[in-house]
Design a protein around this ligand. Structure first.
Ligand SMILES: Cc1ncc(COP(=O)(O)O)c(C=O)c1O
Length: 414
């Protein structure tokens, strides 16, 4: 048997996909499961994208294309950025990607060498650590506090920037998965002021740019001088319900875009042209549909949060953005001496024989998430509210929790 690399052995993936598999297995065995584990849209793909995608396949737009993306796709994105965020860019500043996720890897390849240090706010999207580790770089964390609405600690950014030449990159994510935290314009401006002119690159992960529930989305790209050191990543997965098409884009300076296109060439070759043509149609024709769906998400997530706050021992902030509720369940965990992901898995597997709720423990997003749960709101409203009733009841079943912990001692809290 050949041995795996140290990197491959160390990789941890998105737990959401594991819980999804467990939920589907239980459903196949006849259990009723309310699925709040994965951050996917319950809506079908945006209407114009479907037609444009089918047409493009019929027209045989199914061959290789430029690694940076089709010129007409890059143009459409430039128009979108100007229209939505007053970010004035040309098509040369855009690179197409299969979603937002691969830009984490390409960003790290572009800017990091072994031993370089990267500041990440914790809890964090779980694929940041492996992509940083791929380059042998070192992740440092700054905790997002519930008492501050999960906004970044600017003192930590200042300390990081001043901490020497190996401090090379900062990862931002607003609106934030899993906490729902939102950076204000003053947060974004302060971070731009701290990094401007330093040899520090910023990865600004913005998949939830259309899911902002208070005020506006503030991208750091709008701050003066930021194109030269920021790569912002966007996706069609959430806004246009196109997660399976795999389409996104990055916006940056023209030279960085060129470099990322070169790196894209070495691993992906290109994003399928028919997918990009579907994306153009969504950007150009489906704003109204998109915005109506976003309003539905906002109403759903607020209803879910309000219901969660009625459970004894649960404290949940109203998210500034995203379709996630991130309730603090520390009191419940302490009462039963269980880790929060243990509590999540108990809700799915152990609380009841016929029914379960699938969600994630906050520690799936780094240790700072311990004591929280993450629930998406992809199910119909009546099922969301049933899930909350189920949780309230399940948290009180002392014997069931004890039995689940006996069978799964790894979830026992220290
Ligand atoms: C913070 C964050 N970054 C990146 C992604 C990846 O999205 P995509 O489907 O566009 O690759 C997600 C998806 O859930 C996310 O929440």
């Amino acid at each position: 048997m050949v041995s795996f690399s140290r990197f491959a052995q160390s990789v941890r993936t998105e737990t959401a996909f594991d819980v999804l598999a467990a939920a589907r297995r239980l459903k196949a065995q006849g259990k009723e499961v309310i699925e709040l584990e994965i951050g996917d849209s319950p809506f079908p793909t945006s209407t114009s994208a479907i037609e444009a995608g089918i047409r493009a396949i019929r027209d045989d737009r199914c061959h290789y294309g430029p690694s940076a993306g089709l010129p007409e796709f890059r143009d459409a994105v430039a128009r979108y950025m100007k229209r939505e965020y007053r970010v004035d860019i040309t098509a040369e500043q855009v690179v197409a990607g299969p979603g937002a996720k691969t830009f984490e890897q390409l960003f790290c390849e572009a800017f990091l060498d072994p031993g370089d240090r990267v500041l990440v706010f914790s809890p964090y999207f779980p694929t940041y650590p492996p992509n940083i580790a791929r380059r042998g770089a070192v992740l440092e964390t700054s905790t997002l506090e519930q008492s501050r609405d999960f906004r970044p600690n600017l003192d930590d950014v200042a300390r990081f920037v001043a901490s020497g030449p190996r401090a090379r990159a900062v990862f931002l994510n607003s609106p934030h998965n899993p906490t729902g935290g939102l950076m204000t314009e003053s947060d974004v401006r302060a971070i731009a002021d701290l990094v401007r002119g330093q040899d520090i690159a910023v990865f600004s992960d913005e998949p939830y740019d259309r899911m902002v529930w208070h005020g506006e989305h503030h991208t750091i790209l709008r701050q003066p001088g930021m194109f030269e050191q920021v790569v912002s990543a966007y996706t069609f997965s959430k806004s246009y319900s196109m997660s399976g098409w795999r389409l996104g884009f990055a916006v940056t300076s023209a030279p960085i875009a060129q470099l990322i296109a070169k790196l894209t060439n070495t691993c992906l070759s290109c994003v399928p042209p028919f997918t990009q043509l579907a994306g153009i149609a969504a950007l150009e024709h489906d704003d109204a549909e998109r915005d109506a769906r976003m309003r539905e998400f906002r109403d759903k997530v607020m209803r879910l949060v309000d219901a969660l706050n009625r459970i004894e021992g649960v404290v949940c902030n109203r998210p500034g953005g995203t379709f996630y509720a991130f309730p603090n369940v520390r009191a419940v965990c302490e009462r039963h001496r269980i880790r929060s992901h243990g509590l999540a898995m108990y809700l799915l597997e152990g609380a009841d024989d016929r029914m379960g709720v699938a969600c994630l423990g906050g520690e799936c997003f780094g240790e700072a998430g311990q004591g929280f749960l993450r629930l998406s709101c992809a199910e119909p409203d009546d099922r969301l509210l049933r899930a909350v009733d189920f949780m309230a009841d399940a948290f009180g079943r002392v014997d069931r929790i004890a039995a689940y912990l006996n069978a799964n001692p790894k979830f026992r809290a220290a």
